[in-house]
Design a binder for this molecule. Structure first.
Ligand SMILES: *[C@@H]1O[C@H](CO)[C@@H](O)[C@H](O)[C@H]1NC(C)=O
Ligand SMILES: *[C@@H]1O[C@H](CO)[C@@H](O)[C@H](O)[C@H]1NC(C)=O
Length: 396
């Protein structure tokens, strides 16, 4: 068993090394920026823009496309990744679907990763795939303000106009990252007062303890953990990817052998780095419900969760089954989105009716207009920023 395990870890290490090389390579050979059309103005004082990474696996093409339409805005950048288990045919039909949308065609701000077999986002390479996507987004056009990763099972609870409007009042170097150094925190806050299944808790989290005891490294840094769903500033990702400091690479090597590294990698890098740890806002902006007893993933949300979900003040929710009726409800009531059309925003000036796409014509894409959902989300951000100002809930 020992030998087998060693082989397994060496293969993992090799995968990680090659991903690292790939990430650094793709950033260092960055030659052909493809700027936005001149209609799009980015940076301060314009409203913030987001670099989105949407990933899915085999059979997820339609979900990825639907999610993209729900969060589309001409000012954002999108990288879509169908993992290695999806076919090239599926990837190709995703590209064809994108071409059918007038705004996406004109603004050309959506890219599909065409070479996915070099990495898979499952297991421990999830973090590497996320770093790769961030590197690609930087290479294409490094002027977005925050990076947001979403899976095919996610959906927004607010419009992009709302998101950008609320983030306009947030310092652009802040990172929204749920984190703690109490590795048992999740038991208390997520699983209680539900009866905790100790076998599950141990199976899941002792991996972190085991890994840290097997090697002598953790003296050099403290491990933090939290939700894998993060909203990261471009400056922090540059620090992780372009790397003028050894910390991100050292930790990437370390987390290589840790299950669910996506729950600890960014948390540990940011909280161990003196120049970034003050930029952490302790929240993930997501809505999830955990089963009783808890499983590895939160439970699927459905129509009976709708009210609680939209009242939560979160920006995104997960997980949803494909085409669940609750998604149609979000489209109808919040996003005002028709099937196969992008969610309209203040930039859309076309005729609005069920047969015509209001976003097939546009005016000024640099203005955003807040809608009714903005209130709850704005409260969430205000509360988190109060917390941030008091430094009470930061990397401790
Ligand atoms: C971070 O915050 C701490 C505590 O408020 C402060 O002492 C330190 O100087 C800050 N560091 C940076 C880099 O701003
Ligand atoms: C919604 O999900 C809950 C929990 O999984 C389940 O008990 C309920 O029956 C579901 N409701 C509908 C309408 O599918």
């Amino acid at each position: 068993m020992g030998a087998e395990k060693k082989w397994f870890f060496s293969i993992l290490s090799l995968t990680f090394l090659s991903v690292l090389l790939l990430v650094f390579h793709s950033i260092s050979t960055s030659s052909s920026h493809r700027p936005f059309p001149s209609l799009v103005q980015l940076g301060v004082p314009y409203p913030p823009a987001f670099g989105y990474y949407i990933f899915g696996g085999n059979g997820d093409k339609d979900r990825v496309f639907r999610l993209l339409l729900a969060i589309y805005h001409p000012r954002n950048r999108y990288v879509l990744h169908l993992g290695a288990d999806a076919t090239d045919g599926e990837r190709h039909s995703l590209v064809v679907a994108l071409k059918s949308v007038p705004a996406i065609r004109s603004f050309a701000n959506v890219d599909v990763i065409g070479n996915p077999d070099r990495l898979s986002y499952m297991g421990s390479s999830f973090t590497a795939a996320t770093l790769h996507a961030a590197a690609v987004l930087m290479k294409i056009d490094p002027r977005w303000d925050w990076f947001i990763a979403l899976s095919a099972l996610d959906y927004p609870l607010i419009t992009q106009d709302d998101l950008s409007h609320v983030f306009s009042s947030v310092r652009r170097d802040l990172n929204f990252i749920d984190h703690t150094s109490d590795l048992g925190w999740k038991v208390y806050h997520r699983f209680q007062p539900i009866v905790v299944d100790p076998a599950l808790y141990l199976a899941r989290k002792t991996k972190i303890f085991l890994a840290s005891q097997r090697r002598s490294m953790p003296d050099a840094f403290k491990i933090f953990t939290g939700s894998p769903w993060v909203v990261l500033s471009r400056s922090f990702l540059e620090f992780c990817i372009v790397g003028w400091d050894n910390l991100p690479r050292t930790l990437l090597m370390y987390f290589n052998n840790v299950m669910l590294s996506e729950e600890s990698y960014f948390q540990s890098v940011i909280c161990n780095s003196p120049e970034f740890k003050n930029s952490t806002v302790n929240g993930d902006l997501r809505y999830m419900i955990w089963d009783n007893p808890p499983k590895m993933e939160p439970h699927f949300l459905n129509i009976s969760d709708y009210d609680q979900m939209v009242q939560s003040g979160a920006a995104f929710a997960r997980m949803f089954k494909e085409n669940d009726p609750v998604l149609d409800m979000v489209d109808e009531k919040i996003l005002k989105r028709e099937r196969k059309q992008v969610a309209p925003g203040a930039w859309c000036t076309g005729w609005k009716s069920w047969w015509s796409d209001p976003c097939s014509q546009w005016g000024d894409v640099n203005v955003v207009k807040a809608g009714p959902q903005v209130k709850k989300f704005s409260e969430t951000i205000t509360n988190l920023l109060d917390d941030w100002n008091s430094h009470s809930n930061q990397c401790t």
